[in-house]
Write a protein that binds this ligand. Structure first.
Ligand code: SF4
Length: 270
């Protein structure tokens, strides 16, 4: 058990949460390799965690592998239905230096379960971060912005992080990773105007599929560990609604991106 100042504050003391129903992947068991506080190299304006507490590029061990494996064993002993294990949680999972150990440990316990990660791709330029991810089955990278200006406005990255660096990292990963790479893109009125540029980037990245999202969950005005997996839309703290792309427009964006890129595009509305 980790010694956490937050353990008194939050009833949830586990690094494993859910399973939560994912619109793409079925019953997804979340693994949180960050855990102590919200920590990310982005501070996205729509983040379901709210304002990121620690915006950082620091790759280090945030929570011991032994705790994650112990929490995982406790959940699977309950024999809940799980289709996939997804690394996400309290921030950017690839900041965890011991992520590779966690992936291998879970593989040993339940080898048949596919393991995915949701990552902002900021650290893929670093060889040790890519090495950690190679044992995964699928890597879902976030690309919301189609230029550096929008990248700063939407993702509000840590010092020194650029869209160029993100795209370079994905390119390097593609050379080494044997599983599937998908893109997840959050659409809001702010990035709706740059479809042509986004299509160019997507064609360059050439992922197996693209997921188009829009912020259906409101923005919490304070950090709660429970934000990790709250798909039930029950909040006992203050939240702010975000501007969504409406369904008709989302369908249009999907159609246009399909035409422009020839890629498989999934929309949260369908
Ligand atoms: S990358 Fe993910 S965890 Fe990080 S701020 Fe953006 S939405 Fe939140």
């Amino acid at each position: 058990m980790t010694d956490s100042k937050n353990e008194k504050k939050f009833p949830n003391t586990k690094t494993v949460y859910g399973p939560v129903k994912s619109w793409r992947f079925g019953m997804s068991l979340g693994i949180d390799p960050i855990f102590e506080t919200s920590t990310c190299s982005f501070n996205c304006i729509y983040c379901q965690l709210g304002e990121i507490q620690d915006v950082t590029n620091l790759v280090k061990e945030y929570v011991p592998t032994s705790k994650v494996l112990q929490d995982f064993k406790e959940v699977i002993e309950k024999e809940v239905p799980i289709d996939v294990v997804t690394y996400s949680g309290s921030g950017e999972p690839s900041l965890a230096k011991n992520l590779g150990e966690m992936i291998k440990g879970i593989r040993k316990i339940r080898p048949e379960l596919p393991q995915y990660i949701l990552t902002n791709a900021t650290h893929l330029v670093e060889p040790e971060v890519r090495e950690n991810l190679l044992a995964l089955d699928k890597i879902i990278v976030k690309i919301d912005a189609s230029n550096e200006e929008n990248f700063k406005l939407i993702n509000r990255p840590a010092e020194g992080v650029t869209l160029k660096r993100v795209l370079e990292g994905i390119k390097l990963l593609k050379k080494e990773f044997k599983g599937e790479i998908e893109v997840q893109s959050m659409f809001m009125p702010i990035n709706d105007k740059h479809l042509e540029d986004l299509a160019t980037i997507l064609k360059e990245v050439s992922p197996a599929a693209v997921q188009l999202n829009t912020p259906k969950r409101p923005y919490p005005l304070s950090w709660h560990r429970e934000n990790r997996g709250n798909h039930e839309l029950v909040f006992d703290y203050e939240v702010r609604e975000l501007k969504k792309v409406e369904e008709d427009r989302a369908v249009e964006i999907q159609k246009q991106l399909e035409e422009k890129t020839g890629l498989k595009i999934y929309s949260v509305y369908r």
